[in-house]
Ligand binder design. Structure first.
Ligand SMILES: [Zn+2]
Length: 394
């Protein structure tokens, strides 16, 4: 962590006794097929002379190569930084040391969630703005001003907050269409939680968003259309990616997963789904084999079970149809392993966002909600079938 870690919560609380409503968003969001081929033109609008491009080895040889060509073609210098794979302090500090002498005036982070998160931490330490080019639509991270930092072993260690959101988020849907469909499905799981969590925060006058302030109606509206879009176009978008095709449904769902969900969670607020999902990463078997959005989906079911929401079955049925986990067995867990359920409840209880829920949360209520969601999920999986899940998890 830097010496003076920025805390949006402390910042806004420190300004007065009544929290303002705050909306955070990237300065510009660009999405479409082939947009990475024009990254250089977008950067030239920002008066950039030299950029550092952070990407994994695989990414630098593929989609990043097109972006780099485009940057060079407009006369901007490029320094390449190969990402080691984990968003850890060790990796972040190494990259900062290598890139400092290059004196880039922008950082471009190209890749999946961990590259994006690491990129934000590196840009902050280099004191340069960041451009984010996600190559997957698998999570809600690209637009935000926070990064989850892991230990070198991949266990969540801390969350770093930044005073600036990305200057530009640029999503090439041709790249997303050619990625493994499991990533898009996971992104749908992550994005579906946005609306259910924002809804809880809207009803709670004490709720504080990750932006450190009161939720905005704008973020709430975005969360709502996010869920509507996923329910309506999710399956068509997945079918398109399964055939490496792009279509209008995919465009809509990528926007939902990236922009709507990103602004929705950061300025709309979180409830129990995300704290519980983060708790699941304490179980190595789950952390190593399942994507963030997959874990968020099953955690959303637990939140809806706790709320006794009428949307519980609707969400579970949709998750089963698209191949997201709907019961503990599909996360390599068992309802009989009470020790693991205790860990989930314990870790969730320590997360202030979880306490946005309308009832007084307790260890036993959390455990019960996980089990209730599990039993509903088993029934729904029998009813809907688990073909979609098995297709993605072979
Ligand atoms: Zn998420």
């Amino acid at each position: 962590m830097s010496e003076n870690p920025y805390s949006p919560r402390a910042f806004f609380t420190g300004l007065g006794d009544r929290l303002p409503r705050v909306l955070l968003s990237p300065q510009k969001y660009v999405q479409g097929p082939g947009v990475l081929n024009h990254l250089g033109e977008h950067l030239s609008l920002l008066a950039v002379e030299k950029v550092a491009v952070l990407g994994s080895k695989r990414c630098l040889e593929n989609e990043a190569a097109r972006a780099i060509n485009s940057i060079k073609s407009v006369g901007i210098d490029v320094a390449i930084a190969q990402f080691g794979g984990e968003c850890s302090l060790y990796e972040i500090e190494n990259q900062v040391e290598t890139l400092s002498p290059e004196k880039p005036d922008f950082l471009v982070a190209l890749g999946g969630g961990k590259t994006v998160d690491a990129g934000r931490c590196i840009a902050e330490r280099l004191s340069v703005p960041i451009v984010i080019a996600p190559t997957l639509a698998s999570n809600d991270a690209p637009c935000s001003a926070l990064s989850v930092v892991y230990t070198t072993e991949g266990v969540q260690e801390s969350v770093e907050f930044f005073a600036r959101n990305p200057t530009l988020v640029i999503v090439d849907t041709e790249v997303v269409a050619n990625a493994d469909e499991r990533y898009l499905v996971a992104g749908i799981g992550d994005a579906m939680a946005t609306w259910y969590e924002a809804k809880v925060c809207r009803a709670n006058t004490a709720a504080v968003t990750p932006a450190g302030a009161r939720p905005t109606l704008a973020a709430y509206a975005m969360s709502m259309i996010c869920a509507e879009t996923l329910y309506e176009f999710g399956e068509e978008a997945i079918a398109a990616v399964a055939e490496s095709r792009n279509n209008d449904s995919l465009e809509k769902v990528v926007e939902a997963n990236t922009l709507l969900s990103g602004i929705g969670f950061e300025s709309g607020g979180l409830a129990m789904a995300h704290p519980l999902a983060l708790a699941y990463t304490r179980i190595n078997r789950v952390h190593n084999n399942y994507l963030h959005g997959e874990i968020v989906a099953i955690s959303t079911m637990a939140q809806l079970a706790l709320e006794e929401s009428t949307d519980m079955h609707k969400a579970a049925r949709f998750f089963a149809r698209v191949g997201l986990p709907v019961h503990l067995g599909q996360l390599s867990m068992s309802p009989d392993n009470l020790d693991e359920l205790d860990i989930l409840a314990e870790v969730t209880m320590t997360n202030p966002n979880a306490h946005h829920m309308p009832m007084k949360l307790s260890h036993s209520l959390i455990k019960q909600s996980i089990l209730d969601a599990h039993h509903v999920g088993v029934k729904i999986s029998d009813e809907v079938g688990d073909q979609a899940y098995r297709r993605l998890h072979h």
